[in-house]
Design a protein around this ligand. Structure first.
Ligand code: CAA
Length: 269
């Protein structure tokens, strides 16, 4: 699959990973409407790839171009010219991208190399998990603009760090450094340099690419759909997913290969 014609997203394949770099240096990679449209197009292409085991890409890494920023948020200059109705459409279009990212059959890792503020923090939280370099910082500073999060932050920050911490961060608009993001569970891992972080993200995707694509897609989908559920409902969802896994050829292959003491040959179905 070709990823041509993008202006603000630099898209490169590296082994099993598709590395997507948001590149709008003049605005610290803020998510203008045209960047949102490019994300819509990218997600559509990734959805089409499905779980085909022959497709070489088995995971996506999202990072920011330049030295300073992952993504500094929604584009404040563009928002300044929007009517409330236009702002609603803008917010909902990026919310839709974040939902579709969560539903992709592929894992998506945010590799946060600098400012992840407002819409940038929200983009990172729509990824499956977050790696951070030492220069990363996170925050939902919308209150400083008299606004509130609009790309999913009110929901996902509560899920990631708990109700109390999310409220404190959103009410104060405070920016936190990478070590605090690690401590509160927003970031999974912290790295001394951007290069180290990107290498680790690629290594994680290489590790995941050794597994059955259907099992990964199944695990991701089940975990996202059970996040709002009670323990009882979540267990029912897990049982459904476990049952469904037993219908896949990959699960037969995985068990058989284990018992035959050989590496599995995944089919992606
Ligand atoms: N939108 C548009 N332009 C932005 C931007 C944004 N979110 N963030 C930075 N820029 C622009 C600046 O205007 C500046 O442009 P000029 O050079 O033309 O003046 C350029 O990027 C560099 O920024 P600074 O000079 O401000 O750089 P700095 O290092 O001094 O500060 C910063 C960096 C702390 C990130 C600061 O730029 C900042 O506070 N940015 C805004 C962060 C923010 O509030 N994000 C949330 C936006 S609202 C939102 O995201 C709503 C939502 O949930 C949907």
């Amino acid at each position: 699959m070709e990823f041509g014609g993008f202006k603000h997203l630099v898209i490169e394949q590296d082994g099993a990973a598709l590395v997507v770099t948001v590149n709008r240096p003049e605005a610290l990679n803020a998510l203008s409407q045209s960047v949102v449209r490019e994300f819509e197009r990218l997600v559509t292409q990734l959805e089409m790839a499905g779980t085909d085991a022959k497709w070489p890409i088995r995971g996506v890494i999202i990072t920011g171009g330049g030295e300073k920023s992952f993504v500094a948020g929604a584009d404040i200059a563009e928002m300044n010219a929007m009517s409330p109705d236009q702002a609603l459409a803008y917010g909902q279009s990026m919310q839709d991208v974040t939902l579709r990212m969560e539903r992709l059959p592929l894992p998506v890792i945010a590799a946060v190399n600098g400012f992840a503020l407002g819409g940038g923090c929200e983009l990172a939280m729509a990824c499956d998990f977050i790696y951070a370099s030492e220069r990363a910082s996170f925050g939902q500073p919308e209150v400083n603009l008299g606004l509130v999060p609009g790309f999913g932050g009110s929901v996902r920050l509560q899920q990631r760090v708990g109700v109390g911490m999310a409220r404190e961060l959103i009410f104060t608009g405070r920016r936190i450094k990478a070590d605090e993001a690690l401590r509160i569970g927003l970031a999974n891992r912290l790295f001394g340099s951007v290069e180290e972080m990107l290498d680790a993200a690629k290594a994680t995707i290489a590790e995941i690419s050794e597994k059955s694509p259907t099992a990964i897609a199944n695990a991701k989908s089940a975990m996202h759909s059970m996040i709002h559920l009670s323990v009882e409902e979540g267990l029912a969802e897990e049982a459904r997913s476990f049952y469904q896994a037993f219908h896949t050829e990959d699960s037969v292959e995985g068990r058989t290969a284990f018992l035959e003491k050989r590496s599995p040959q995944w089919l992606g179905r």
